[in-house]
Design a protein around this ligand. Sequence first.
Ligand SMILES: *Cc1c(COP(=O)(O)O)cnc(C)c1O
Length: 405
Amino acid sequence: MASALTGLIHHPYTPPTGFGAPQPGVFKASTVFFPNVAAMRSFDWKDKTAYTYGLHGTPTTYTLEERLCTLEGGIQCLLVPSGLAAIATVCLALLHAGDEVLIPDNAYGPNKTLAEGELRHWGIGHRFYDPLQPHDLAGKINTHTKLVWLEAAGSVTLEFPDLCEQVRICKAAGVLCALDNTWGAGLAFHPFDLKPTQQPALAVDISIHALTKYPSGGGDVLMGSVITTDEALHMKLKLCHMRLGLGVGANDAELLLRSLPSLALRYRAHDESTRALAHWCLSRPEFAQVLHPALAESPGHAHWLSLCGEAIGRAAGLFSVIFQDNIGQPQVDAFCNALKLFKIGYSWGGPISLVMPYELKTMRQAWPSHLKHGILVRFSVGLESVADLQTDLQQALAAALQTDG
Ligand SMILES: *Cc1c(COP(=O)(O)O)cnc(C)c1O
């Protein structure tokens, strides 16, 4: 008879099988047991029908990967610890010294910073292209170009590019294209079937997604995914992912599995409130420009309309305003400070509305000609009552700018 000490470690009890409940079980492991040595030798960590080590997959992470493939219309998925790690994994897996990557000038800032930092140190070049001028992208592709990043809508300024034309340009040049699909979230459009009436499908090669945003929905999880439809390309990414030792925690995967069923409902609610507030801001004299792809006057609106259609649920919860040029930084800062429901903070996708002033001058090659001059503030609209959010914007404008609201 084993001692209690051993008995508590090697306990003979196994619970009955057949347990069913709304959420899948959460499996946590570094070590995974093999039934015998022969099995240990024969199991391949790349084979998803078996388990080898926690870093290479558990029932929990495999389940999340499959559901994310369903969301985005992909076939294979890798999970990484953040959206930025997804961008980095794609770059590190596909680029070598002497190669060049093309990035839209309105890309998520850290994507550009990675190119200016580590990629440059390792002899990988980069250039930024104008997201609203497909001929600028076409003209910058050369024999060194091995990867083109796409983003729709762009970060902070929310210009919507002609994504279909950009993908066609990459395909014609034989260059891989990777979409940062965080804004679309797999809901606004289909990254692997951009023109559902067209055969063969017009598709990006890779879709990365900051699950940190809408799929989490709580402002409390950091995670990213890299989704593909091509097995050989997936294996290239997976080898890099394995060599870098990237993985995600089971409790974070659990939170994602808990949040995914409500993703489309939340995304739709964010979208509906955001359009209402963006329209209200159009009527306010303090703003020189309101940026949201569903507004007719917003840059790239026609591309958004043709790709996504105008139905509610096909635009995320972000919009930006550019204040009139005579409104200075102290007043804009006072406006942000005066907001009560909108908190000052990075990221988005959670229930709490957020505000962030940006120094656009430092973020672009040059001030884009389609943008008015003035200080830019971005809003991430949460799930609060839209009437309360509008009242908050109104009182903060009045407090900061001494207007009567
Ligand atoms: C937030 C964000 C990321 C990065 O996600 P993290 O999980 O915060 O690293 C990447 N792309 C876009 C467009 C984002 O908004």
